[in-house]
Write a protein that binds this ligand. Sequence first.
Ligand SMILES: Cc1cc2nc3c(=O)[nH]c(=O)nc-3n(C[C@H](O)[C@H](O)[C@H](O)COP(=O)(O)OP(=O)(O)OC[C@H]3O[C@@H](n4cnc5c(N)ncnc54)[C@H](O)[C@@H]3O)c2cc1C
Length: 405
Amino acid sequence: MSKTCIIIGASHAAAQLSISLRQEGWAGRILIIGDEPYAPYHRPPLSKSFLSGEKELNGILIRPQAVYEKNEIEFKLGIRVEVINRAHKTITLTNGEVLCYDKLALCTGSRVRTVSLPGTDLAGVHYLRNISDVEKIKHDISEGKNAVIIGGGYIGLETASVLIKQGMNVTVLEMAPRILARVTAPALSEFYTRVHTDEGVTIKTGVAVSGFKGDGHVTRVACADGSGFDADLVVIGVGIVPNVELAQASGLEVENGVVVDEFCRTADPDIVAAGDCSNHPNALYKQRLRLESVPNASEQGKTAAASICGNDKAYNTLPWFWSDQYDLKLQIAGLSQGYDQMVIRGDSNSRSFVAFYLKEGRLISADCVNRPREFMLSKRLIAEKIAVDPLRLADEGISPKEFLE
Ligand SMILES: Cc1cc2nc3c(=O)[nH]c(=O)nc-3n(C[C@H](O)[C@H](O)[C@H](O)COP(=O)(O)OP(=O)(O)OC[C@H]3O[C@@H](n4cnc5c(N)ncnc54)[C@H](O)[C@@H]3O)c2cc1C
């Protein structure tokens, strides 16, 4: 009898996993269940071209419907999975429907970290994770009005770069002493502070927000030091938390994500997990990681599909990420946490340079601003553990390809 693989969540990891299942030889039924009412769509444009109105839903779908149809991939959308019963190999949906699975893939991703402050329920106060959030934000965009972004991470800064171009007065409030403090070196924080300031965005660091004021609709953001900022639109971007409760309730191990091995397998032989919701052992960085990026979700989708089909292929892709702000494409290869040396190639006062991060003399990460060639180079140097002299990395006279000769 034909077997069934159910995939919970309908986003990047699921879109890849379902197609990869067919490529790996899965002949049975494939059913994707997602609580958003849309086929899998690219999430990164939500704070970029979709927010700016440059792209619409059709322009951000991960695959055309015809591809799923050709591969006989079925969907149930706009409905949540509430329970996994591992003993009976069933799942229960919010409408009470019970479905049997032979293999189950958890692609539940993550959700926004919420803040418990007075006034978050006021109209005009938003988070940004899905299409419905962006539709609400877009409704509140108004030229000449005040937008306040809470959180100076990549999503907050990308949002700021879109809103300022829409003619809003934009202020970014960051609690840490500098923006992007969790993910990058001070030189990059200074660079992005300068870029945003030049574009007209006000960036305030070391500011703790204490609440939101307004009569029905937000009018002001209040801060713990007594200061405040007028606001017609607020976007809160203070990180995400993985959606692990379903897995946890079913008895699977959870620790900052659903615990999987390098094959995306949980301890249950019939359940895999991939993407933002999973925590995997990373051979290159010799630690367990939970990554929040599209490349990770897609690559883990491939790994998980191979595991389901018994064609085990260890996941060992170098983590990478990108961010688009104004005319700047930042491409990040590897993870910089724990670096003990940083060298800059190019001029960080210009709009094209690289920050290389080294640990004990070895390259572990690179932030490449409008430098695609150095980004490709860095991915190889890091993944293949190729020894490099930091002085040579900084030398613009040596072309990227010479490092590999
Ligand atoms: C605004 C924004 C900008 C971003 N920009 C970038 C970028 O530039 N580069 C980059 O690499 N990454 C970026 N990311 C991160 C990237 O989008 C995520 O890493 C990626 O979406 C993870 O994919 P996923 O499939 O693991 O999970 P998700 O995309 O989180 O999808 C999981 C889906 O499962 C659904 N779900 C959860 N539980 C259930 C349930 N019980 N039943 C049914 N459905 C369920 C969720 O609602 C969601 O639709 C960005 C994210 C956001 C929000």
